[in-house]
Each structure stands twice: as C-alpha cells, then as structure tokens.
Ligand binder design. Structure first.
Ligand code: SAM
Length: 249
C-alpha cells in the first residue's frame, strides 16, 4: 500500500491547486461503508433482478441489456467526453457511470502515473431530434438535462459536429443509436475525425447476420481501427453492438 499512500497524498495536494481534481473521491478499500441494496432483497439469486430505470424504458429500442454494459464501460474506461446520439433508456446509465467515476477504489492497485497531473472534467453530450417522441416527458429526464455533467441538445446530429468539437474537443466515447445506413454514413463522414478512442454503434446485425449499417461501417472506416461485434443471439433486430477502437499509431 506504500505507493497508494503516495497517490493519496499526491491527489490531496493536487486537489488544493487544481479544480478538476475536486471531482475525485478516493475510497480506501479498508474504510468502505457502502450499502448493497441487492443484499436486502429476499429473493436474491432466486428471481431475476428488477429492471433498472424502468421510467426510461423504451420498448422496441433493444437496449435493456445495453444500459448496464455502457455504464460498466464508462467506469472502466473513464472517458472525458461522452457523446450519445439517440437518447432514451441508455442515457441514465451513461450519466450514472460518469458520476460513479467520482469514486475511485483504492485497493492497493492504483497506477501512480495515472493520477500525476490528473485532470477529470467529464461531460456527457446528448443529441436527439425527438422524432421518436418527446423524451423530456420521461420521469427523471429533467434531472439528466439539468445535471452539471450533461449537455442535452434537441436537434439532429447532422451539421453539429464541428461546433461540438470546437466546444468540447475530441470525443473519447461515442454511443451511436439512431437511424439507418444513411445516418451511419453521415455520422462517420462528419464525426470520425472528432473521435479519439471508442465508438459504439447499435443495431449492426439483423437476424443474426451483419446488416447494412455494419457494411457501411466496414466500408467507410479505412484507418487502423479495431472492430468487434457483440451479438445478442435471441434477437432479430436491435440486438447487437459494433465497437470500434481507434488505434493510436
Ligand atoms: C433507437 S432510438 C434511441 C434509443 C435509445 N438509445 C434507448 O436506449 O432507448 C433513436 C433516437 O434517435 C433520435 N433520432 C433519429 N434521427 C436522429 C438524428 N438525425 N439526429 C439526432 N437524433 C435522431 C430519435 O428521436 C430517437 O430518440
């Protein structure tokens, strides 16, 4: 734990000078007093757990399993600039992941270098033109829009790329969930150079096979990029994610 004491000191010292570090809440693993609401459930491991954020659930959008996955990725990757195109059930999970990143568990395994000159001022930028219904009417959406960590833009993503890049810089985590081949192509053409790390596209398989959205991604991305598909075997549509990771050369 010697190193971690140094990290703690480092962070505390830096917190004095650097506003962006005020975001961080370093939790020593020995002092954890975190209640586990699941442990209180009488039916633990006997019944499926209740669906989270049920107010946001949008039947037919296919993201009931995606939400928790996105939240975990945000907590694992700690991105600074998250862009969501096509809001709904996925949105609260993205925001929750980002807010959870205030807390870092100090279990003796922290990388000292990571916290040197550490700066974390994350933002979730949400774009939706509301063509599939007014999201703002969902209970809880107001809290998301009013969060300090979000910017909600009611409008189409097309034509907004440069302006958002100027304001926020590179997007290091993108969740794209809107439209079909035309939108996928428009997004890649306009936003690709503004993305720096992970880009996740929803709905890239139909009936278990790569669909036109997937074809567009493969054809339009010619840079050195890792592409990986996750396919939900029990679904016809809206049951897959294609993850792209830009390779740093
Ligand atoms: C498939 S839904 C998103 C589902 C959402 N991610 C979820 O988990 O429930 C697509 C969303 O994209 C929005 N949309 C459609 N075309 C758009 C465009 N060109 N720009 C921005 N938003 C768009 C629709 O209003 C709709 O809310």
């Amino acid at each position: 734990m010697g190193n971690n004491k140094d990290i703690n000191k480092n962070i505390k010292r830096n917190q004095g000078d650097d506003k962006s570090l005020e975001f961080l809440d370093l939790k020593s693993i020995n002092n954890l007093k975190i209640s586990d609401h699941l442990q209180d459930r009488k039916v633990l491991f006997k019944e499926p757990s209740p669906i989270e954020y049920s107010n946001f659930f949008r039947p037919g959008m296919g993201t009931e399993n995606v939400g928790g996955f996105l939240r975990s990725l945000i907590m694992m990757l700690r991105p600074n600039r998250i862009l969501e195109i096509g809001a709904g059930y996925s949105t609260p999970f993205l925001l929750e992941g980002l807010v959870n990143n205030k807390r870092v568990f100090d279990d003796g395994n922290l990388k000292e270098n990571y916290f040197k000159n550490y700066s974390y001022d994350p933002k979730l930028i949400i774009l939706d033109n509301q063509t599939l219904g007014k999201l703002i009417q969902n209970k809880g959406m107001r809290e998301i829009i009013d969060s300090n960590y979000t910017e909600f833009i009611e409008g189409s993503f097309e034509g907004n790329g440069r302006c958002l890049f100027k304001k926020y810089g590179f997007f290091d985590f993108v969740w794209f969930d809107c439209g079909g081949p035309i939108e996928y192509e428009n997004f890649i053409r306009e936003y690709w150079n503004y993305c720096s790390n992970y880009i996740l596209f929803h709905f890239t398989y139909s009936n278990g096979k790569p669909n036109l959205n997937h074809k567009i991604i493969r054809e339009k991305i010619n840079e050195n990029t890792i592409i990986f598909d996750i396919v939900e075997p029990h679904k016809n549509r809206q049951g897959s994610i294609t993850i792209l990771k830009k390779e740093c050369l």
